[in-house]
Ligand binder design. Structure first.
Ligand code: DQA
Length: 151
Protein backbone atom coordinates (compact mmCIF):
# COMPACT_ATOMS: atom_id res chain seq x y z
CA UNK A 1 0.00 0.00 0.00
CA UNK A 2 1.30 3.43 -0.87
CA UNK A 3 1.08 6.27 1.64
CA UNK A 4 0.12 9.15 -0.67
CA UNK A 5 -1.56 8.99 -4.08
CA UNK A 6 -1.06 12.21 -6.07
CA UNK A 7 -3.76 12.54 -8.73
CA UNK A 8 -3.64 15.01 -11.60
CA UNK A 9 -6.58 15.65 -13.90
CA UNK A 10 -7.05 16.72 -17.51
CA UNK A 11 -4.44 18.80 -19.33
CA UNK A 12 -2.00 18.78 -16.41
CA UNK A 13 0.23 16.50 -18.50
CA UNK A 14 0.74 19.69 -20.54
CA UNK A 15 2.34 21.69 -17.71
CA UNK A 16 5.26 23.66 -19.12
CA UNK A 17 3.63 23.80 -22.55
CA UNK A 18 0.14 25.23 -22.08
CA UNK A 19 -0.43 28.73 -20.68
CA UNK A 20 3.06 29.08 -19.10
CA UNK A 21 2.09 32.61 -17.98
CA UNK A 22 -0.39 30.94 -15.59
CA UNK A 23 1.16 27.56 -14.88
CA UNK A 24 4.88 28.28 -15.23
CA UNK A 25 7.59 26.51 -17.20
CA UNK A 26 7.93 23.32 -15.17
CA UNK A 27 6.59 20.05 -16.57
CA UNK A 28 4.51 17.46 -14.73
CA UNK A 29 7.66 15.31 -14.53
CA UNK A 30 9.45 18.23 -12.79
CA UNK A 31 6.55 18.49 -10.35
CA UNK A 32 6.59 14.76 -9.67
CA UNK A 33 10.36 14.75 -9.08
CA UNK A 34 10.00 17.49 -6.43
CA UNK A 35 7.08 15.69 -4.76
CA UNK A 36 8.99 12.40 -4.79
CA UNK A 37 12.06 14.06 -3.22
CA UNK A 38 9.94 15.56 -0.44
CA UNK A 39 8.23 12.22 0.20
CA UNK A 40 11.66 10.55 0.50
CA UNK A 41 12.74 13.26 2.97
CA UNK A 42 9.55 12.74 5.02
CA UNK A 43 9.84 8.96 4.88
CA UNK A 44 6.53 8.35 3.08
CA UNK A 45 5.86 6.55 -0.19
CA UNK A 46 3.96 8.10 -3.07
CA UNK A 47 2.39 7.12 -6.36
CA UNK A 48 1.30 9.35 -9.22
CA UNK A 49 -1.70 9.11 -11.49
CA UNK A 50 -2.63 11.50 -14.30
CA UNK A 51 -5.54 11.12 -16.68
CA UNK A 52 -7.52 13.25 -19.09
CA UNK A 53 -10.55 10.99 -18.54
CA UNK A 54 -13.05 11.53 -15.73
CA UNK A 55 -13.88 7.82 -15.32
CA UNK A 56 -10.21 6.86 -14.99
CA UNK A 57 -9.80 9.46 -12.26
CA UNK A 58 -12.87 8.04 -10.47
CA UNK A 59 -11.43 4.52 -10.74
CA UNK A 60 -8.06 5.62 -9.35
CA UNK A 61 -9.84 7.04 -6.28
CA UNK A 62 -11.92 3.88 -5.89
CA UNK A 63 -8.76 1.76 -6.13
CA UNK A 64 -7.12 3.92 -3.47
CA UNK A 65 -10.09 3.20 -1.18
CA UNK A 66 -10.18 -0.57 -1.81
CA UNK A 67 -8.12 -2.52 0.77
CA UNK A 68 -6.78 -5.20 -1.59
CA UNK A 69 -6.08 -3.20 -4.73
CA UNK A 70 -2.59 -2.48 -6.16
CA UNK A 71 -3.70 1.18 -6.04
CA UNK A 72 -4.58 1.26 -2.33
CA UNK A 73 -3.41 4.48 -0.67
CA UNK A 74 -3.60 5.98 2.80
CA UNK A 75 -4.00 9.60 1.64
CA UNK A 76 -4.82 11.52 -1.52
CA UNK A 77 -3.54 14.82 -2.91
CA UNK A 78 -5.67 15.78 -5.91
CA UNK A 79 -5.57 18.46 -8.58
CA UNK A 80 -8.77 17.61 -10.45
CA UNK A 81 -8.06 20.47 -12.90
CA UNK A 82 -11.17 21.42 -14.94
CA UNK A 83 -13.19 18.53 -13.43
CA UNK A 84 -12.97 20.41 -10.12
CA UNK A 85 -15.64 22.73 -11.43
CA UNK A 86 -17.95 20.13 -12.99
CA UNK A 87 -17.65 16.64 -11.58
CA UNK A 88 -20.22 15.15 -9.22
CA UNK A 89 -18.64 11.76 -10.00
CA UNK A 90 -15.24 12.80 -8.61
CA UNK A 91 -16.90 14.30 -5.54
CA UNK A 92 -18.80 11.05 -4.90
CA UNK A 93 -15.62 8.97 -5.36
CA UNK A 94 -13.67 11.21 -2.95
CA UNK A 95 -16.53 10.92 -0.43
CA UNK A 96 -16.04 7.17 -0.24
CA UNK A 97 -12.29 7.53 0.43
CA UNK A 98 -11.96 7.75 4.21
CA UNK A 99 -8.28 8.77 4.50
CA UNK A 100 -6.83 12.30 4.50
CA UNK A 101 -7.42 14.13 1.20
CA UNK A 102 -6.38 17.58 0.06
CA UNK A 103 -7.44 19.53 -3.04
CA UNK A 104 -4.68 21.53 -4.71
CA UNK A 105 -4.44 23.99 -7.57
CA UNK A 106 -1.33 25.48 -9.12
CA UNK A 107 -2.99 28.79 -9.98
CA UNK A 108 -5.06 30.97 -7.67
CA UNK A 109 -8.44 30.01 -9.10
CA UNK A 110 -10.09 32.82 -7.08
CA UNK A 111 -8.22 35.40 -9.17
CA UNK A 112 -9.47 33.82 -12.40
CA UNK A 113 -12.81 33.41 -14.21
CA UNK A 114 -15.93 33.09 -12.05
CA UNK A 115 -16.58 29.51 -13.23
CA UNK A 116 -13.30 28.49 -11.54
CA UNK A 117 -14.47 29.84 -8.16
CA UNK A 118 -16.77 26.88 -7.60
CA UNK A 119 -15.34 23.52 -6.63
CA UNK A 120 -17.47 20.38 -6.49
CA UNK A 121 -14.82 18.59 -4.42
CA UNK A 122 -13.72 21.11 -1.74
CA UNK A 123 -16.53 20.14 0.62
CA UNK A 124 -15.44 16.50 0.71
CA UNK A 125 -11.71 17.24 1.14
CA UNK A 126 -9.95 18.00 4.43
CA UNK A 127 -8.21 21.08 3.04
CA UNK A 128 -7.55 23.19 -0.02
CA UNK A 129 -4.20 24.70 -1.10
CA UNK A 130 -4.26 26.97 -4.14
CA UNK A 131 -2.12 29.42 -6.07
CA UNK A 132 1.35 28.37 -4.97
CA UNK A 133 2.58 26.45 -8.02
CA UNK A 134 4.40 23.25 -7.12
CA UNK A 135 4.37 24.39 -3.48
CA UNK A 136 0.61 23.71 -3.40
CA UNK A 137 1.46 20.00 -3.81
CA UNK A 138 4.46 20.12 -1.45
CA UNK A 139 2.45 21.76 1.31
CA UNK A 140 -0.35 19.24 0.79
CA UNK A 141 2.13 16.35 1.06
CA UNK A 142 3.42 17.78 4.36
CA UNK A 143 -0.14 18.20 5.64
CA UNK A 144 -1.35 14.69 4.81
CA UNK A 145 1.90 13.23 6.22
CA UNK A 146 1.12 14.97 9.53
CA UNK A 147 -2.46 13.68 9.35
CA UNK A 148 -1.24 10.12 8.71
CA UNK A 149 1.03 10.28 11.77
CA UNK A 150 -2.02 11.12 13.91
CA UNK A 151 -4.05 8.11 12.69
C1 DQA B 1 -6.05 24.17 -12.17
C2 DQA B 1 -7.15 25.23 -12.19
C3 DQA B 1 -8.33 24.76 -13.03
O1 DQA B 1 -9.35 25.76 -13.05
C4 DQA B 1 -7.90 24.50 -14.45
O2 DQA B 1 -8.97 23.98 -15.22
C5 DQA B 1 -6.71 23.59 -14.53
C6 DQA B 1 -5.62 23.80 -13.58
C7 DQA B 1 -4.78 24.65 -11.41
O3 DQA B 1 -4.02 23.80 -10.97
O4 DQA B 1 -4.56 25.85 -11.29
O5 DQA B 1 -6.62 22.73 -15.39
O6 DQA B 1 -6.54 23.03 -11.49
Amino acid sequence: MTDILVINGPNLNMFGMSEPQIYGAETLADYEAKIEALCAELGVSCQFFQSNHEGELVTSIQNAALPDSPGTAKAIVINAAAYTHTSVALRDALSLFSGPKIEVHVSNVMKREAFRHESYISAVCDGIIIGLGVNSYLMAVRAVTDQLKQI
